[in-house]
Design a protein around this ligand. Structure first.
Ligand code: GLY
Ligand code: MN
Ligand code: MN
Length: 428
């Protein structure tokens, strides 16, 4: 309300259901911005914020309570629930939007809304404004400025408060446990989807019914496809398995990657590359503290990886020049992390005035360096080909440094091999 300012108005719409096939919808996922502001988890809703409005500043348009709908689809808030349980000052039927909203827009200067996100809302807003304009001779005034609401909300979402962190910690903890279980379930001969099933089973057993993104379960050279989600390959002894998976807890994501040997023991080349990625991740995480530039972690990862690739003979030349010429991109082609929150690739600017922004307490980011050596890469020795490794943790910037939210999942070579060893004992 403070940022919108008196005399202005903001609108934001819920997500719309999306059809999977004929009468079946995809599971409904509320729009993150809308949920952040309202906590309201139904489609067909629009929230309006009018700072200083005497009859109430926060108005929710939503579905009216409908007995038949309740019978078929279950409970929904209705207008009474919108004010009682969701603290709206006022609630109106969504069907009455066209009748009511123009009056709310009348006399306001700026309209803040998620510009260009939903063409229906874009269209309607212009219609409502034109309708007001056509009545200017009656003394009505239409808003004269449309402003993107995204920036305001996204800056708020970038800083996680204590209640949000409870949800993020839970998502992290359940996802971490699921990774441990998946490692223990890993056996040569299984298919990637069977490991995916273990992950989903663990998430759901803990009450987290949704993944934050489709799980990547990539054995052997499949791990060189960055967003591999086919998950149909077979697990072969001697290969590595890369799992990138996270659950969502009340709309907050975890995002964890671990890579480990299917047999339980790393081969020599796997061990060398794995240790290098782990060193890069350790160096990157060490950079995370308030006041550090967003890019420091990436720079630390790139430097460690490039040095290591030269030592192992995968790159040749001076480390400085290889970094300048971005030669590491042949094997490390993505960035070292992203903001994490309600969306797995969360909102928030990475640069301010064209400079990488500085980290501040309450921000959460991933740190996920990797190495991917294509199976057909003729420029490197055979032993390295077809190996894909990524190690990803979720890191909270604290007042004094950082906290790794996902540290429960083993990642040192010794800890991984020990966990896999215990699995063999359990299987006997
Ligand atoms: N799971 C997608 C990512 O790590 O960014
Ligand atoms: Mn990630
Ligand atoms: Mn990931």
């Amino acid at each position: 309300m403070q940022q919108i300012g008196q005399g202005n108005i903001a609108l934001i719409q819920s997500a719309a259901p999306s059809v999977r096939n004929r009468d079946v919808d995809f599971p409904f996922r509320q729009d993150s911005d809308f949920y952040y502001l309202t906590g309201f988890n139904e489609p067909d809703a629009l929230a309006v914020f009018i700072p200083g409005r005497e009859q109430g500043e926060y108005i929710l348009f939503c579905r009216e309570f409908d007995k038949t709908k309740a019978l078929w689809e279950g409970a929904h808030a209705g207008l009474a629930g919108a004010t009682k349980h969701y603290k709206a000052d006022d609630a109106f039927p969504i069907e009455d939007l066209d009748d009511i909203l123009p009056n709310m827009l009348e006399g306001k200067k700026k309209v803040f809304y998620p510009m260009g996100r939903d063409s229906d809302l874009d269209q309607h807003l212009l219609e409502w404004i034109n309708h007001l304009r056509s009545q200017s001779r009656l003394g009505l005034t239409a808003p004269s400025e449309l402003v993107a609401l995204d920036f305001i909300i996204h800056e708020m979402r970038l800083f996680k408060d204590d209640e949000e962190l409870i949800l993020m910690r839970r998502a992290a903890e359940v996802s971490a446990q699921a990774h441990i279980k998946a490692m223990q379930a890993c056996r040569a001969g299984l298919y990637e989807y069977q490991i995916e099933a273990e992950l989903i089973y663990s998430f759901m057993q803990q009450g987290l019914r949704h993944v934050a993104y489709p799980s990547i379960v990539a054995a052997g050279k499949n791990a060189c496809t960055l967003h591999y989600t086919k998950n149909t390959g077979q697990l072969i002894s001697g290969d590595l398995l890369l799992i990138d998976a996270g659950a969502e807890c009340d709309h907050y994501a975890a995002d964890i990657t671990r890579t480990f040997p299917i047999s339980g023991t790393f081969t020599e080349p796997q061990k060398r590359l794995y240790q290098l990625v782990l060193d890069a991740q350790t160096a990157a995480i060490a950079q995370i503290k308030p006041g550090a530039s967003w890019n420091h972690a990436h720079e630390a990862a790139v430097e460690t990886l490039t040095k290591g690739l030269v030592e192992l003979g995968l790159l040749k030349g001076s480390v400085k020049k290889l970094i300048k010429d971005e030669k590491y991109k042949a094997f490390y082609m993505h960035r070292t992390g992203h903001w994490l929150g309600m969306d797995v690739h969360d909102v928030g600017e990475y640069k301010i005035n064209q400079q990488w922004r500085l980290l501040e307490p309450g921000m959460v980011l991933t740190v996920e360096p990797g190495l991917y050596i294509p199976a057909n890469c003729k420029t490197v020795d055979k032993q390295w080909r077809g190996i894909g490794i990524r190690i990803e943790d979720d890191v909270l910037v604290t007042a004094t440094g950082h906290e790794v939210l996902t540290q429960l999942v083993p990642k040192s070579i010794a800890d991984i091999e020990q966990l896999m060893q215990e699995r063999h004992v359990a299987q006997l």
